[in-house]
Design a protein around this ligand. Structure first.
Ligand code: ZN
Length: 269
């Protein structure tokens, strides 16, 4: 048994692993501890021979309010997973390395898990919350779900895992980013950003029914299908687009630090 504090892991149906964000008292705000535990849980599900489909769900009223920058856990406490280094370097160097490791790096890693993944989403998904929803293959959300990335307000382009044009389409992506508004579940459905919208009370059952159905299908076929769709996005340049936007994101961060001489607390991380 794990001693995770921020996530839970169970297998609620045959072939289905469920990882649940378990910090509802903070609207599932993501500190480094949560991100690290989440990564460990994804690894456990990815490696489990009996698991064929992975569900990511959340306790409480809201799926996730984004990154928690007040967390006291450091990257050294949880350990790096990728190949970045110099996390404590001054200026843009350490800042960019940490975000490359804990934000973009983890999202890209989860996006490429060789098993189908399903996000089960309720309530608010704000900024960094999108970075847990979008890397999943399928998204089932309740009718009260809303999605927003308001960080243009803080002088940056959007969240670090910048896949907005791929997930919401270019037009809606610009609308979300320019206005900072929340899009509704129905609007997300109309634009193909989510797969299903269900009543709040049915969210868990509908997600598990979908997961259980997929889990009965041949895993290798599922893996090949997933990789083929991902490869098509790769051919469209998704990874290059993410890296390009991440560079601009850090122009925004650096601008804030220079302009405000360190007095500006950038809530986007
Ligand atoms: Zn950032």
């Amino acid at each position: 048994m794990s001693d995770w504090q921020r996530v839970r892991y169970d297998e609620p149906a045959e072939g289905v692993a469920r990882i649940t964000l378990a910090r509802p008292e903070a609207a599932n705000a993501q500190d480094y501890l949560m991100l690290s535990e989440l990564n460990q849980a994804f690894d456990q599900a990815a490696r489990a021979e009996n698991v064929r489909v992975i569900v990511l769900a959340a306790d409480g009223k809201h799926f996730s309010s984004g990154h928690d920058l007040r967390g006291t856990t450091t990257i050294h406490d949880v350990g790096a997973i990728g190949t970045q280094c110099h996390f404590d370097a001054e200026g843009a160097e350490g800042y960019m390395a940490k975000e490359a490791e804990m934000y973009v790096g983890l999202c890209w890693r989860w996006r490429n898990i060789a098993k189908p993944t399903i996000a089960s989403v309720q309530g608010k998904v704000i900024a960094g919350g999108l970075m847990l929803v979008w890397p999943m293959d399928l998204i089932v959300c309740s009718d009260d779900a809303t999605f927003s990335d308001p960080v243009v307000a803080f002088g940056v382009n959007g969240v670090e895992y910048f896949v907005h044009p791929f997930e919401a389409g270019a037009r809606l992506a610009k609308d979300m980013l320019f206005t900072g508004r929340s899009i509704t579940a129905q609007e997300a459905l109309q634009h193909g950003m989510v797969n299903r919208v269900v009543p709040r009370d049915d969210l868990e059952a509908e997600t598990l029914a979908l997961a259980a159905h997929i889990a009965k299908r041949p895993l290798f076929g599922l893996t090949l299908a997933k990789q083929s769709v991902n490869n098509a996005q790769d051919a469209m340049g998704i990874y290059t687009a993410i890296q390009s936007a991440f560079g601009l994101h850090h122009v925004g961060h650096s601008h804030n630090r220079i302009k405000y001489d360190g007095s500006f607390v950038d809530p986007t991380g």
